[in-house]
Design a protein around this ligand. Structure first.
Ligand code: FAD
Length: 286
């Protein structure tokens, strides 16, 4: 099934993300976690693509496994470390595996990489290529708090429009912890003439160290309300996990209440967290 049909239906969509193992040593445990999340029957599941593409095989395998369990997969594909031949071959493989949905990404640029020698510089180039390769439903990433490479949000949204014009049918946001940031972003995106669905990405923070690392990498802001939670429960793992799930649940309820019909959860390969969130929302997502 195409993700665009899922997220534009009447039923509110709640989807989860898994990431592939970095090495074969954790393959079984990741498959087990992905299977357990799939057993919750989410609207769809995304499978990330390891930076550099070294674990791309796992992305494909997990996506196909989810499909075999009746859950629509969204396979991420990044291009910055790939040649045109690599991408063409990946697209053939996706088709052979029956995977219809792709999140087209540039990927982070490894330090010292000479951009002039690359086949791809931006996700819009990959998007165009995927669109030309067949009947894929294509998504793209977006950044309510501005991508770190951009000078400002006007420039970032101008490039986002180019990506949508190249063929992205929906967008998924980087995580954020204050819904007003998302609502403001959405307004600016619409003003720029971008009309495709924008799916907010929500991260249930279940451990204080993890969030400090993520925030340092993404440059995202943490509201004071959330900082107090970390101050109080950061060194009490069970309490931090519970507070993080409640905080994310409240964000999601607010999003649905404000007319957003599709929410994506960065579930970090944690079936218990995905299950707790889904249970908190059981009457809301029917
Ligand atoms: P782009 O859309 O190409 O944008 C990158 C930067 O370039 C932006 O600042 C943009 O404004 C600018 N830009 C775009 N076009 C132009 C242009 N023509 N001229 C000048 N500047 C331009 N990474 C992974 O490695 N694997 C994953 O699975 C993965 N999944 C992700 C999922 C989501 C929902 C998000 C939000 C991010 C994900 N990432 C993933 C991270 C992503 O790869 C990085 O943030 C990367 O640096 C940018 O990728 P992009 O596709 O957004 O790039």
């Amino acid at each position: 099934m195409k993700i665009i049909d899922i997220i534009t239906g009447d039923k509110p969509s709640l989807s989860f993300e898994v990431f592939p193992p970095k090495t074969s040593a954790t393959y079984e445990s990741v498959m087990k976690a992905a299977g357990a999340i799939a057993d919750l029957h989410p609207s769809y599941m995304s499978v990330t693509y390891g930076a550099g593409g070294g674990t791309s095989q796992y992305t494909m395998e997990i996506a196909q496994f989810l499909q075999s369990k009746g859950v629509t997969p969204l396979a991420h594909l990044s291009c910055v470390s790939s040649t045109k031949e690599d991408v063409a071959q990946k697209l053939v493989e996706l088709k052979e595996r029956g995977i219809e949905n792709v999140l087209a990404l540039r990927g982070d640029i490894p330090e010292g990489l000479d951009m002039t020698s690359l086949d791809y510089h931006y996700a819009s180039e990959l998007t165009r290529e995927i669109r030309g390769a067949g009947d894929f439903c294509i998504g793209g990433a977006c950044y309510p708090e501005v991508h770190p490479d951009s000078l400002n949000s006007v420039e970032d949204i101008r490039h986002l429009k180019e990506k949508v014009d190249a063929g992205c049918q929906f967008l998924v946001t980087q995580m954020f912890f204050d819904n007003n940031i998302f609502y403001n972003f959405l307004r600016r995106v619409r003003e720029a003439g971008i009309t495709v669905p924008v799916i907010p990405g929500i991260m249930p923070v279940t451990n204080a160290k993890q969030i400090k690392r993520s925030i340092a990498l993404s440059g995202n802001s943490l509201p004071q309300r959330f900082r107090y939670i970390i101050d109080r429960y950061g060194d009490k793992p069970a309490a931090m996990k519970q507070a993080g799930i409640i905080y994310a649940s409240e964000q999601i309820v607010d999003l649905y209440a404000n007319g957003i019909n599709a929410v994506h959860v960065y579930s970090m390969n944690k079936p218990d967290v995905a299950a707790a969130l889904q249970s908190n929302l059981s009457e809301i997502i029917w």
